[in-house]
Design a protein around this ligand. Structure first.
Ligand code: NAP
Ligand code: FER
Length: 338
C-alpha cells in the first residue's frame, strides 16, 4: 500500500475556459483504514463535462467543489486493504471519490462490481456506467423513442452521443443523424452505422438541412445553443427533444442567447424535456441487461480516449471540453492487478 497518494485540488474557480492554473496536484498521506473502511487503489478515473459545473459556485442540482479541496468524480478501483468483511481485498469497486490514486473509503460508499472477464473496468465509467444509463434513459424514457423515428443526436462522437445513435439504430430508428466537431469524428459516425453525420463547424441548420431534409422526430441534445435552434427548425409536428446537456455554454461567462424560434413550438406541438440521469436509477437493471447483451453480440461499438497517469487528469479534462476525445474520455491511473 502507498504511504502517500497524489490528488487534484481545485485551486481557483475559472472565469470562462478552465486553465491548468485552476488545479493543483498535491501529495498527501494515506490514513490507516478504520473498521468498516477499505483502501482503494484507483485503476481508471473519469473526466466528464458535468465537472465544469462543479467548478462553479452558486445554485445547481449538485454542490460545487470547494477551492483548496480535493475534487471528486467517478472511478473504478481495487480494494488493496480491507477492514470491511463484505469487501475483501481484490474486490473491484466503483467510487465517486477519485481525482486521486488511492483513497480510504467507507465500504458503504462504494459499489462492488462484478468480476467479468470480458468487461474492461473502464466500461463502468462509460457504456455500462453513468453515460450509458444517460443515453438509455434519455432516448427510451425521456425522448419516448419509437421504432421508425428519425433521430438527431448532437455531440454524437462523445461518450453519451455515440451510444444514443447506436441504441437508436439497434431499436429500429428510421434514420439517425449525428453532429460532431471534426471531419474525423464525422467519418467515425458513418462507420458506427449513423445514417448520416455532419460537422457543426459548417453550420448546424445547414448540416441538418442536408442530412435530414424531411425533418426529424426526436432530438437528443448534448450541446444546446445553435444545435437546439436548428433542431426546433427541423422538427416535424409532435417532435420531442431529450435535453441532456448544453456543453456549448458551459464555459460561457454570460448566459448564452436562447433559441430564437421558440414560437415554432406551438404550431408544431413540440415537447422539450430536460433530465438528469440520477432520476432514472430504476432503469439500471434493464439497461445493464440490454447493453451487456449488445456488447456480447458485438452489435455495440465502444471507443475510448485514454490518458495515462494522475498528472494527465487535468490535461484530459481540458481536452474533453475542447473536443479532444472520441468516445469516452478516461484516465488510467494504475495497471489493474487482477
Ligand atoms: P463527451 O460528448 O464525450 O465530450 C464532450 C464533447 O462535447 C467533446 O468531445 C466535444 O466534441 C463537445 N463539445 C465541446 N464544446 C462544444 C461546443 N462548443 N459545441 C459543440 N460541441 C462541443 O461528453 P459526455 O460525457 O458524453 O457528455 C455529453 C453531454 O451529456 C454533456 O452535455 C454532458 O453535460 C451531458 N450529460 C448529461 C447528463 C444528465 O444526466 N443530464 C449525464 C451525463 C452527461 P466535438 O468535437 O464534437 O465538439
Ligand atoms: C448525476 C446527474 C447528472 C451525475 C451526473 C450528471 C455524476 C451529469 C449532468 C451533466 O453532465 O449535465 O447524478 O452523476
Amino acid at each position: 500500500m502507498a504511504a502517500t497518494t497524489r490528488e487534484w485540488h481545485l485551486a481557483a474557480r475559472p472565469h470562462g475556459e478552465p486553465t491548468p492554473e485552476d488545479f493543483r496536484l498535491v501529495e498527501v498521506p494515506v490514513p490507516e483504514p478504520a473498521a468498516g473502511q477499505v483502501v482503494v487503489r484507483m485503476v481508471v478515473m473519469s473526466v466528464d463535462p458535468y465537472m465544469r459545473g462543479r467548478m462553479r459556485s452558486g445554485p445547481s442540482y449538485a454542490p460545487p467543489w470547494e477551492v483548496g479541496e480535493v475534487m471528486k468524480g467517478g472511478a473504478v478501483g481495487r480494494v488493496v486493504d480491507s477492514r470491511a468483511p463484505e469487501l475483501p481485498e481484490g474486490s473491484l469497486v466503483l467510487t465517486d471519490a477519485a481525482w486521486r490514486e488511492t483513497a480510504v473509503l467507507d465500504a458503504a460508499a462504494v459499489t462492488r462490481l462484478p468480476a467479468e472477464e470480458d468487461v474492461s473496468p473502464s466500461w463502468y465509467l462509460g457504456v455500462l456506467g453513468m453515460p450509458g444509463l444517460t443515453a438509455y434513459a434519455g432516448l427510451f424514457r425521456v425522448g419516448a423513442f419509437r421504432e421508425g423515428d428519425d433521430v438527431f443526436v448532437s455531440g454524437a462522437a462523445g461518450a453519451v452521443g455515440s451510444l444514443v445513435g447506436q441504441f437508436a439504430r439497434l431499436r429500429g430508428a428510421g434514420s439517425v443523424v449525428g453532429s460532431a466537431g471534426s471531419p474525423e469524428k464525422v467519418a467515425w459516425l458513418r462507420e458506427l452505422g449513423f445514417t448520416a453525420a455532419f460537422s457543426y463547424r459548417d453550420g448546424v441548420a445547414r448540416g441538418l438541412a442536408e442530412t435530414a431534409p424531411d425533418g426529424i422526430d426526436l432530438f437528443f441534445d448534448n450541446v444546446g445553443g445553435e444545435h437546439l435552434e436548428a433542431a426546433i427548425g427541423a422538427f416535424r409536428v409532435h417532435g420531442r427533444a431529450a435535453l441532456c446537456g448544453s456543453i456549448s455554454g458551459y464555459n460561457a461567462v454570460e448566459p448564452p442567447p436562447g433559441p430564437r424560434n421558440m414560437g415554432l413550438m406551438v404550431g408544431k406541438r413540440l415537447t422539450l424535456r430536460g433530465f438528469l440521469v440520477s432520476d432514472h436509477a430504476d432503469l439500471r437493471p434493464e439497461f445493464t441487461e440490454t447493453v451487456t447483451g449488445w456488447l456480447r453480440s458485438g452489435d455495440l461499438v465502444v471507443r475510448e480516449t485514454v490518458h495515462e497517469g494522475i498528472e494527465q487528469a487535468v490535461p484530459a479534462f481540458l481536452d474533453l471540453l475542447r473536443g479532444g476525445n472520441v468516445g469516452k474520455m478516461v484516465v488510467r491511473l494504475a495497471p489493474d492487478p487482477d
